[in-house]
Design a protein around this ligand. Structure first.
Ligand SMILES: Cc1ncc(COP(=O)(O)O)c(C=O)c1O
Length: 427
């Protein structure tokens, strides 16, 4: 496969941008490969600068549930842009998206739009602290909540990929109120509440952690968090930046039937443009400025283009769409398991609707974050083999694959055959 042009562009990028990228995992370090410079996407496919075509399972890390350049999303952006791209004032597009969020998500009586998932969780933490008058927060090892200081301890995503437990530049005072616990460990949660009586503002969790593989949690553990938070008057925050609108209309909250106090959203809600959101009951949300004392703001928040792209994407997500995502996800799970069985490579697949994790090296996917060097090494080989065969998976053993509405059964079957060949080769 020709990669000369991607190589040339990436070499140039390295002279201008740190590591040649604007987000670390894109640099392909963990898979020791040549990052493909992507020039075009359409439906389920992307094309690189050398003209190679790939079936895309990264889906821009989750937002593209409708596939690349969906005509209705592109049209919505175009029609909106003709009337101006930003006003820094209230606009009808944000009203439309807010309506959709409130209709779909039980806990959402009100919503505040921001520009990324990072901002959403950062704001939820500030709101939780402001509303409870408490300082401490509990997070879980392997979950990722964006790159704000207080939330960067023992994180998933790029930190799991690059094996970074914490980062220089985050001061000890910034994380002194962050308590990091293992997932799936009720005793650790109880102990933390006992040791910090009346001090915990919020427990923040991805209800289906999808940044250190896909660590599907026991419902009982999540119920326990709900009960503990209610009893201790702490807020339960579900970070549904990945799972929101992805696994069901109302996200994991709907699937589990467990109501958090606040929910954070991102990715799909922007339909491929930069958006995040915090949603919750009016009583809490009204603590935010201008009605309340908790300050939060943004020059481009509620940006009309991003709002229009988000609303057009949510419009596509009806019951039929979720059935389709489930069907395609199941088919991909079967193809992956079949490829593992036929090659005899040790591995397993965790799946939640259209989110899948190919977990190499283990017979059963874990529930807690367990770095596995051998599995990661094997994944690097498989990743290269898949690229050669026209399948673009995340360049990290700990990132999940996203199926979109644009994928076809034929795409999924082709991924299955490519995976079979790539596993055979890498093993
Ligand atoms: C669960 C979760 N929360 C927060 C974030 C941060 O979102 P963003 O990258 O938009 O800042 C991510 C990003 O992957 C995420 O997966």
């Amino acid at each position: 496969m020709k990669t000369d042009e991607s190589t040339r562009l990436f070499d140039e990028a390295k002279k201008l941008m740190p590591g040649g990228v604007n987000s670390p995992v894109r640099a392909f370090r963990a898979v020791h490969g040549i990052p493909r410079v992507i020039v075009r996407g359409s439906g389920s496919h992307v094309w690189d600068a050398d003209g190679n075509k790939y079936i895309d399972l990264v889906s821009s890390w989750g937002p593209l549930v409708a596939g690349h350049a969906h005509p209705r999303v592109v049209q919505a952006i175009y029609e909106t842009a003709k009337r101006g791209t930003t006003f820094g004032a209230p606009c009808p597009a944000e009203l439309e998206l807010a309506r959709q969020v409130v209709q779909r998500i039980g806990v959402a009586e009100k919503v505040r739009f921001v520009n990324s998932g990072t901002e959403a969780v950062m704001t939820a933490v500030r709101l939780a602290r402001g509303a409870t008058g408490r300082d401490k927060i509990i997070i879980f090892s392997g979950c990722y909540h964006g790159h704000s200081d207080a939330l960067l301890a023992a994180g998933g995503s790029g930190m799991a990929t690059l094996g970074i437990p914490s980062t220089p530049g985050v001061t000890s005072s910034a994380v002194k109120d962050t308590i990091v616990l293992p997932l799936d460990d009720k005793a650790a949660v109880s102990r933390a509440f006992d040791e910090n009586k009346g001090q915990i503002a919020a427990v923040i969790i991805e209800p289906a952690p999808a940044n250190a593989g896909l660590l599907i949690q026991d419902r009982e553990f999540l119920n326990f968090l709900r009960e503990t938070c209610s009893r201790e008057q702490s807020l339960l925050v579900f970070d549904e930046v990945i799972t929101g609108f992805r696994v069901a209309k109302g996200g994991m909250t709907e699937l589990l039937g467990i109501e958090p106090d606040l929910m954070t959203l991102g990715k799909i809600i922007g339909g491929g443009l930069p958006v995040g959101a915090i949603a919750g009951p009016a009583s809490l949300m009204e603590e935010l400025a201008p009605n309340g004392p908790v300050y939060q703001a943004g020059t481009l928040s509620g940006n009309p283009l991003a709002m229009a792209a988000g609303a057009a994407t949510l419009d596509l997500l009806d019951d039929e769409a979720y059935d389709k995502l489930e069907g395609l996800g199941l088919k991909l799970e079967e193809e992956m398991k079949n490829a593992l069985a036929r090659t005899g490579v040790r591995g397993s697949v965790a799946r939640l609707g259209s989110v899948l994790w190919l977990c190499l090296g283990r017979h059963t996917p874990p529930r807690v974050h367990e770095p596995d060097e051998e599995g990661a090494r094997l994944y690097a080989g498989v990743h290269a083999g898949l690229l050669e065969r026209g399948v673009y998976m995340a360049p990290s053993a700990y990132e999940v694959a996203f199926v979109s509405l644009a994928h076809t059964e034929e795409d999924i079957a082709r991924i299955g055959s490519a995976l079979f060949e790539a596993l055979k080769e890498a093993a």
